[in-house]
Design a protein around this ligand. Structure first.
Ligand SMILES: CC(C)(COP(=O)(O)OP(=O)(O)OC[C@H]1O[C@@H](n2cnc3c(N)ncnc32)[C@H](O)[C@@H]1OP(=O)(O)O)[C@@H](O)C(=O)NCCC(=O)NCCS
Length: 176
């Protein structure tokens, strides 16, 4: 499997991954998020990665920057969205995309990486709800136990709770 940066011309393939992997009630919203993140202009760059297998695009992941209201020097990112084509699931594609992103963000000096997803899956990579607790998600969460974080580089913040702000594509209440 090969991992490479996603480009705007990959939009249709990326959209199709999400349409095939997510349940009907969520697929359009998540596909739109993945495609919108390809072109959104942000201070710190969005990382959008594709997994290729035999030259076919089989998985996608994106990481976008988040900020907090209390400390400008702290660097945060959020993992969203992630999907692997159903016929390629359970073959470590998702794990490789997550680990690739974690390595890249750690090397960039990012302090904390967030995710809003299934703790059973994300706990494998070290995410937990306790680490996320001092950080308030941008909207009220439908599944508060899905709000998790992973420390990549330690940073001491004196004040809490801290309100998270995210990029425009993610700043929509129906995504939370
Ligand atoms: C979740 C997803 C990205 C995982 O990708 P993947 O390439 O299949 O995952 P991996 O092969 O790296 O890991 C597979 C392992 O994770 C487990 N797993 C997969 N989805 C899981 C979930 N939602 N909860 C708990 N465990 C899960 C599998 O049972 C498997 O376990 P094993 O290693 O003990 O056999 C993929 O299943 C997917 O696209 N699902 C639909 C979309 C989705 O839910 N995206 C995540 C949104 S938060």
């Amino acid at each position: 499997m090969k991992t490479r940066t996603a480009l705007e011309q990959d939009s249709e393939d990326i959209r199709n991954i999400y349409l095939s992997a997510f349940p009907e009630s969520e697929r359009e919203i998540v596909a739109k998020l993945a495609v919108n993140l390809l072109s959104e202009e942000t201070g710190s760059p969005i990382i959008s990665l594709l997994a290729e297998y035999d030259k076919k695009i089989v998985g996608h992941i994106a990481f976008s920057p988040v900020t907090i209201n209390t400390d400008k020097d702290w660097k945060g990112y959020i993992l969203a969205p992630l999907a692997v084509k159903p016929e390629y699931q359970n073959q470590r594609v998702g794990s490789e995309l997550i680990n690739h992103g974690i390595k890249e963000l750690s090397e960039k000096g990012v302090n904390t990486l967030f995710v809003y997803g299934d703790p059973e899956y994300y706990s494998r990579f070290g995410f937990d709800t306790e680490t996320a607790t001092p950080y308030l998600a941008p909207y009220d969460l439908q599944y508060p136990s899905g709000w998790q974080a992973l420390v990549l580089n330690e940073f001491n913040i004196e004040t809490e709770p801290m309100k998270i702000s995210c990029v425009d594509s993610l700043c929509k209440p129906d995504m939370w």
